[in-house]
Design a protein around this ligand. Structure first.
Ligand code: SF4
Length: 344
C-alpha cells in the first residue's frame, strides 16, 4: 500500500490522513490508483490547500461520498494556515472531516500515540476476541470500549503505530468476515469466539433496514461544439457541489411518476434507458433522455417540453465533449453519459 511507510521510516501524516479519508467506504484496490494520482497532483498539504475546489472534486470524481473531498480541501486549508498537523486525538478531531476513527488512525500511525482506531476490521476482531453479543450498530460503543483495551501492555504502547497497522492487517487478512484463518492467528489462545467454535457468528448484526427508492430524470442536451449542458449541484445535499446533467428533482417514491413509466421517447426526447445507483440511504433510478439542439437558445424554449423546464438549465453551461472526462462528475452521471456513448 503506497501510503504505508517502509520499515524503519516514519509515516507521513499527509499520506496517512489522505488514505484514511479515501478508504472510508472504498476498497484498498480502488483507492490505490486514486491515492497515487492524488499525491502526484497535490504533493503536499500546502498544494492541496492552494488548489481550486473544482480541481480537488475532479481528482476525487468516481470515489463517491463527495463531502469527504470538500472537507479534505477545507481541512488542508486549515492545516496550511496552522503550518503542521496537530498530534493529539482531540485536536485532530476538531479539524473538518476528521471523526473519532480518523483522528485515532492519524495519531497512532503518524505520531505513535497509543490509541486504537476502531474501523470495521477492528470491530470484528474485538467482537470475536470477547464474543461480544450485542448486535451492531447498537453494540458499537461497547466494542469501542473493549477495543481500547487491546493495547494494554507496554510493548504495544511503545509501538503504537506498528500495533494499529498490525491490527488492521489481522482483520483484513486473517480474521476475515468469512472463514477466518484462526490456525494462523496470534490471538487464537485468547479468543472467546474461537473457543466457542463460532468465530463467523461475530459480530452479531441487527437485520438491515430496506433502502427507499427515489426516481428522477437526467437530460443529455447536445448542442454546438459539439458540447453538452452541465450544471453544478447545490453546495448542500446529495452529490453537493459536483457537476451533473440537468434533470428533474429526485423524488422519494417506490415507482417512477406516470409520465416516466412508459420508458418511451417523449416529444423531441429520445429515451436511452434507466440508470440505477445505490447510495448508503437510498436507491436512485434515473431515466436518461437525450436531445440535440442547433443553438443553446433553442434549448431554452418550450420545444424541449415535456421533460425540461427552463429552471433546470438556468445555470447550466456547455461543456465540450473532449472536456467531459476532466469534469467533477460523480459515477452516477458518468453512467448516464455512457448510455449516450459520450466520453466520461
Ligand atoms: Fe479472529 Fe480466529 Fe483470531 Fe479469533 S482466533 S481473533 S476469530 S482469527
Amino acid at each position: 500500500m503506497p501510503w504505508r511507510a517502509l520499515p524503519g521510516q516514519k509515516s507521513d501524516p499527509y499520506h496517512v490522513w489522505l488514505s484514511e479519508i479515501m478508504l472510508q467506504q472504498t476498497t484498498v484496490v480502488t483507492v490505490h490508483d486514486y491515492f497515487l494520482r492524488f499525491i502526484a497532483r497535490f504533493p503536499s498539504v500546502q498544494a492541496l490547500a492552494a488548489a481550486p475546489q473544482h480541481d480537488v472534486m475532479a481528482a476525487w470524481a468516481g470515489l463517491g461520498y463527495y463531502s469527504r473531498a470538500r472537507n479534505l480541501h477545507l481541512c488542508a486549508q486549515e492545516l496550511a494556515a496552522r503550518g503542521a498537523f496537530p498530534q493529539t486525538v482531540p485536536a485532530l478531531e476538531a479539524l473538518p472531516g476528521i471523526g473519532p476513527y480518523t483522528a485515532r488512525a492519524i495519531a497512532s500511525i503518524a505520531f505513535n500515540v497509543p490509541v486504537i482506531p476502531v474501523d470495521g476490521n477492528v470491530e470484528r476482531v474485538t467482537a470475536r476476541l470477547f464474543a461480544a453479543g450485542t448486535p451492531l450498530p447498537a453494540g458499537k460503543k461497547h466494542l469501542a470500549t473493549l477495543a481500547a483495551t487491546l493495547n494494554d501492555d507496554a510493548p504495544a504502547q511503545a509501538r503504537a503505530s506498528d500495533f494499529a497497522q498490525a491490527l488492521f492487517d489481522l482483520g483484513a487478512t486473517i480474521c476475515t468476515p468469512r472463514r477466518p484463518k484462526c490456525m494462523l492467528c496470534p490471538w487464537q489462545q485468547d479468543c472467546a469466539a474461537h473457543r466457542q467454535g463460532k468465530a463467523e457468528s461475530y459480530p452479531v448484526k441487527a437485520p438491515k433496514k430496506q433502502r427507499p427508492d427515489s426516481h428522477g430524470t437526467a437530460l443529455i442536451i447536445r448542442g454546438p461544439g459539439p458540447s453538452v449542458l452541465l450544471r453544478k449541484r447545490p453546495d448542500k445535499g446529495l452529490l453537493a457541489a459536483m457537476m451533473a446533467l440537468p434533470g428533474s428533482d429526485w423524488i422519494s417514491v417506490s415507482a417512477p411518476p406516470d409520465s416516466l413509466q412508459k420508458g418511451a421517447s417523449a416529444g423531441p426526447w429520445l429515451y436511452l434507458g434507466r440508470v440505477k445507483h445505490v447510495f448508503t440511504h437510498l436507491t436512485l433510478y434515473l431515466d436518461v433522455y437525450e436531445v440535440e439542439v442547433t443553438s443553446w437558445n433553442a434549448a431554452r424554449t418550450s420545444c424541449l417540453a415535456p421533460l425540461m423546464t427552463p429552471e433546470m438549465i438556468v445555470d447550466a453551461v456547455p461543456c465540450a465533449m473532449e472536456d467531459l472526462p476532466d469534469q467533477a462528475l460523480p459515477s452516477l452521471m458518468r453512467k448516464c453519459l455512457a448510455l449516450a456513448k459520450l466520453p466520461a
